[in-house]
Design a protein around this ligand. Sequence first.
Ligand code: FAQ
Length: 311
Amino acid sequence: MTHEQQQAYFDANIAADTPIEAKDWMPDAYRQTLIRQIGQHAHSEVIGMLPEANWLTRAPSLRRKAILLAKIQDEAGHGLYLYSAAETLGCSRPDIYEKMLDGKMKYSSIFNYPTLNWADIGVIGWLVDGAAIVNQVALCRTSYAPYARAMVKICKEESFHQRQGYEAAMAMANGSAEQRAMLQDSINRFWWPALMMFGPTDSDSPNSAQSMVWKIKRHSNDELRQKFVDNTVPQLEALNMTVPDPDLKWDEASGHYRFGTINWDEFYQVIKGHGLCNHERVGAKRRAWEEGSWVREAAMAHAEKHAVKAA
Ligand code: FAQ
């Protein structure tokens, strides 16, 4: 096929919602956008283990510890599915990982905020996984099939994460005055950063228009953010908790909750590397990468030895 025929075939498949597979022809810009997004998503999963790991040794009971440990291990698994999906596009896993360590690839802004009290663990499950799942359910229908397949598995686990987070928050909401205060403090710190997870407003999102044409993104950043707010405010009300937004109100006419203006300066500072924990997070991953180099070398030597034997 000529280049024009390949492009026409690809466009027709996108229009007909026929999933694109790894071996199919695709425009280079589509491939690069997917490597960027899936890579960023994978990095987020593995960096996202760190804020929660901070509380593993201080979980208030064996039950809470076992749940938290399982959740963190799930996030590592999500990272592996996503790095594998990225590799089907021809990138090398060490290359994109090192780009993240060098600050050349991003990971989600949310993981640059510290976990200061135990309630943060419940609130991360409830609000952060809750925001993640709104975005990720839509990605189960993304046009690139290996990414969509990874998302189906990931969403099953993310919905458990959200439920366990809400259950932990509910226990604190029904607890002592001190526990309620701790929960409210955590919601106050995580509410706005959770809304920022969806990315800039549509008018300031350079990648959205093209990604929607390619059906990589099925909904815009603002649509998904609104869906998250609409899902979450009734859950907050059920716990008798509030959000730090005096402008939040129910709008009968549109059937949506209206909310105040997000501090976009803070968002851009965080994604440029100047958040509260960027340095600590990337430092921890760099140390692990360097200290684990002997494991990678041994695994490669073992694989090569077996390849030679098989030949
Ligand atoms: N943080 O033009 P757009 C999780 C960047 S969930 C950092 O709108 P796009 C689960 C964006 O990359 C979290 N950077 O970009 C979990 C772009 O920069 P670039 C991960 C952000 O791609 C829970 C620039 O801003 N989820 O990990 C953010 O069309 C608990 C312009 O933005 C995903 O990654 C941000 N929040 O839309 C794990 C979902 N927002 O690359 C552990 C998949 C935007 O041009 C514990 N990703 N940027 O230099 C997506 O759906 C999309 O990539 C968006 C951004 C919606 C995040």
